[in-house]
Design a protein around this ligand. Structure first.
Ligand code: ASP
Length: 427
């Protein structure tokens, strides 16, 4: 993970602004909108639109190996032994509860704001797609367990892949020390390879965004921006509610710690998370704040935080839930109760599979789109493109939420492990 941390901070420092990726994306979006809206828009959409398709294919290409490597290395890094097993259970409990609350918050905000309603794509005469929906919660549960891992991998059945990766990672933690370290190292290396491939592909984001924006604006004009604004509103409200209400409540009731004091202790860390957009890059700062300012032991913090950086992503879970439902609604699809249940569960699993680097959340949104059967819908891909073009500030905010939740998990697990030094002015 260290290479990744260093490279992310290097990417963001000491460069002229026009070489920084998010500014390039912004310029590409502006250019795409201008050209798409101009009289030559149609011409450009025909001859340059394929750049967007190419970029989307590259993103899809990396999903399976990236998610597998990310989950296995994150879970296996927990280590082995009975004490670790006990801490693992407690940490996982916090992570599951907080991510589930996050996805539910996303669902609530989606239903209140309905950001995709009236999206112009639905007026172009294309038939709204039928969403693939499990019949009942039991069906959903059965869908999660794959009958054949390789068949799931080749069919892009991400739920099965995620489930298998989690149990495979847990099985690794039960091996004797030497074997466990060896196989964990293999998956750590594989994860590093996939991160470097992802970073290389993300560098082409401005080109992809240009191709997608030219096509989108050429086709639907500027009307879709009103819906995008509502998507930002729904996501921003969800992130704020989770950050200001849900996590503080967990911290207060489970950690018995003043949420305000904890927030103050974490403020620099949150700023780093916000500016780097990467939980992994923030990890050293999170570790130091949680140990030195909050007073959590090395034993608990070095267990919960690295695992949390990869596995626990509350902000990402909110984004996956709101984002996928936004796309389905924009396409005019009927979104029933079971679809919403499926999206919440899948958003939780997708957030576990997202890597802790900038823009990872939008790579794994394909997981949910595949589950509800619109992963290959060309209109859906255009909407993902529009979301990509405005993702940076949203990514900054959800990364801060991700890191904040990790730090709270460390406090809660430390409390459950009987630690008494928390928030006792240790420096
Ligand atoms: N950038 C986020 C993180 O590192 C992941 C995401 O894109 O949602 O925590």
């Amino acid at each position: 993970m260290n290479n990744q941390e260093n490279s992310t901070s290097k990417i963001n420092s000491n460069r002229p602004w026009y070489l920084i990726l998010h500014w390039q994306v912004f310029m590409a979006m502006a250019l795409g909108v201008l050209i798409g809206y101009s009289p030559v828009g149609e011409f450009f959409a025909i001859y340059f639109g394929w750049l967007g398709d190419l970029f989307m294919r590259l993103l899809k290409m990396i999903i399976v190996p990236l998610v597998v490597a990310s989950i296995i290395s994150g879970v296996a890094s927990a280590g082995g032994g009975r004490v670790v097993g006990r801490m693992f259970g407690k940490t996982l409990l916090y992570y599951l509860v907080s991510s589930f609350l996050a996805a539910l918050t996303g669902l609530l905000l989606f239903n209140m704001i309905n950001p995709g309603r009236g999206y112009p794509v639905t007026d172009t005469g294309t038939e709204p797609p039928d969403l693939a929906t499990p019949e009942s919660p039991i069906d959903l549960l059965l869908d999660i367990v794959p009958t054949n891992f390789f068949a799931s991998a080749s069919a892009g059945d991400m739920l099965g892949i995620i489930f298998f990766s989690i149990v495979f990672g847990i099985a690794i933690t039960t091996l004797p020390d030497q074997s466990r370290t060896k196989i964990t190292n293999v998956f750590d290396l594989l994860f590093k390879v996939m991160i470097s491939l992802t970073s290389a592909i993300i560098k082409f984001l401005p080109i992809g965004v240009f191709g997608l924006m030219v096509t989108l604006v050429g086709k639907t004009g500027l009307q879709s921006f009103g819906n995008l604004f509502q998507y930002v509103l729904a996501l921003g409200s969800g992130l704020s509610i989770h950050f200001l209400i849900s996590i503080p409540l967990l911290l207060y009731f489970w950690g018995r710690v003043s949420p305000w004091k904890h927030l103050m202790n974490l403020r620099e860390t949150l700023l780093v998370a916000f500016t780097t957009s990467s939980s992994a890059a923030t990890l050293p700062v999170t570790l130091s704040a949680v140990r030195q300012k909050v007073g959590v032991s090395d034993r608990v913090s070095s267990f919960t935080l690295p695992m949390g950086a990869t596995v626990n992503m509350d902000g990402t879970a909110i984004m996956e839930c709101v984002g996928a439902l936004f796309i389905a609604q924009a396409l005019g699809a009927e979104i029933g109760f079971m679809t919403q249940v499926a999206v919440v569960i899948t958003a939780l699993l997708a957030s576990i599979g997202a890597a802790a680097v900038p823009s990872a959340g939008l790579v794994v949104i394909f997981i949910i789109l595949n589950v509800i059967g619109i992963g290959d819908n060309p209109e859906a891909l255009l909407i993902v493109g529009a979301m990509l073009s405005i993702d940076r500030p949203l990514d900054m905010a959800r990364t801060a939420v991700n890191v904040y939740s990790d730090s709270c998990a460390a406090v809660v697990v430390a409390k459950w492990e009987g630690e008494t030094q928390i928030n006792k002015e240790i420096r």
